[in-house]
Design a protein around this ligand. Structure first.
Ligand code: FO1
Length: 318
């Protein structure tokens, strides 16, 4: 059985641990958002790929949800001592090794998908880890400059980390997406998948960015198996990932129903066959099989059970 999961960072990584627990014998492919990627201090950083790789490879710092367990910050402090900007982005000493290896391989001409496979050799995440594209796609956020009031574009990481998404976003722009192509294996995996799952990641800047790569939406719609999404919104609030700060920007209601309708029914030219919402949520999505199940990934067992519910909605018994 081949399960393909579209994923962002923290929520996507946790959901993937549930999928592996729910379907131990299955082949699982993760198609991961790279719109959060950024170059800092000359190093290429891929936050969502690293969060999935570290989480599934048991190297993640559980409390932060990103970066390495047992991290130290000596280099970060030394960079700050030089006044080397940005000082607002935390690069841990252990994490730096990942970025150094990735940057050296990229500079040598290896595509991101090969680099990701090489890094995953060490971490053995138990899933095939695919970037959504080998071409650079970077999410930028258009805000009103606090001083001048004029529109200004910030890299997503600056909006997210430096400003904690406090600046109202006028729009999100995926720089480079028009020239991007799905990474090798992405389209084939999606088309042949026995199930395609949308992790409860940010529907705008994570899942939305993945779907925005030309060819990926079509591949999801052409999937052999059913397409099942998991709502990232419970009781009108985002569980993580500030989806509630992003959805209004694209005119989507901050609710499980709003996100489900945003993805749309596959029979209507949309994407979903089924949509999981939290127990008690009365969402309706025309021509989509909506199921109310516990969505909180509050323990490994709860996360496994959520993944089981998604696979059940996909009509495959793991
Ligand atoms: N998130 C923060 O809130 N503060 C940081 O300083 C920070 C550093 C960082 C370094 C490497 C990395 O892979 C992720 C990092 N993140 C940090 C998380 C990152 O901004 C988010 O995980 C994603 O971009 C959102 O999906």
């Amino acid at each position: 059985m081949h399960i393909v999961v579209l994923a962002g960072g923290v929520g996507g990584a946790r959901f993937l641990t549930g999928v592996l627990a729910a379907a131990p014998g299955a082949e699982v492919t993760a198609v991961v958002n790279t719109g959060d990627d950024v170059t800092m201090h000359g190093l290429r950083i891929c936050p969502d790929l690293d969060t999935v790789m570290y989480t599934l490879g048991d190297g993640i710092d559980e409390e932060r949800g990103w970066g390495r367990r047992g991290e130290s910050w000596v280099v970060k402090d030394e960079l700050a001592a030089y006044g080397a900007e940005p000082t607002w982005f935390g690069l841990g000493d252990r994490d730096l090794a990942t970025h150094l290896v990735r940057t050296r391989m990229l500079d040598a001409g290896y595509p991101l998908s090969d680099v990701t496979a090489a890094l995953a050799q060490r971490w053995q995440p138990g899933v095939r880890l695919l970037p959504m594209s080998d071409q650079r796609v970077e999410t930028h956020v258009v805000v009103d400059d606090p001083e001048t009031g004029r529109p200004q574009a910030l890299h997503f990481q600056e909006w997210w980390v430096r400003h904690r998404a406090a600046l109202d976003a006028r729009s999100f722009v995926q720089v480079g997406v028009d020239e991007a192509r799905p990474a090798p294996g992405v389209v084939e995996s999606l088309r042949s998948a026995d199930a395609v799952l949308f992790a409860p990641s940010n529907p705008v800047v994570s899942i939305g960015t993945v779907l925005g790569v030309p060819g990926i939406r079509d591949a999801v719609q052409a999937a052999a198996g059913r397409v099942v999404g998991v709502s990232p919104i419970v009781d009108g609030a985002a569980l993580r990932g500030m989806a509630d700060r992003c959805l209004p920007v694209v005119g989507v209601e901050v609710s499980a129903q709003g996100v489900g309708r945003h993805y749309g029914a596959r029979t209507d030219g949309g994407l979903l066959d089924a949509w999981l919402v939290h127990t008690g949520d009365a969402a309706t999505v025309p021509r989509v099989d909506v199921r109310a199940v516990p969505l909180l990934m509050s323990s490994p067992a709860a996360t496994r059970d959520l993944a089981r519910a998604a696979l059940d909605a996909a009509g495959i018994a793991p």
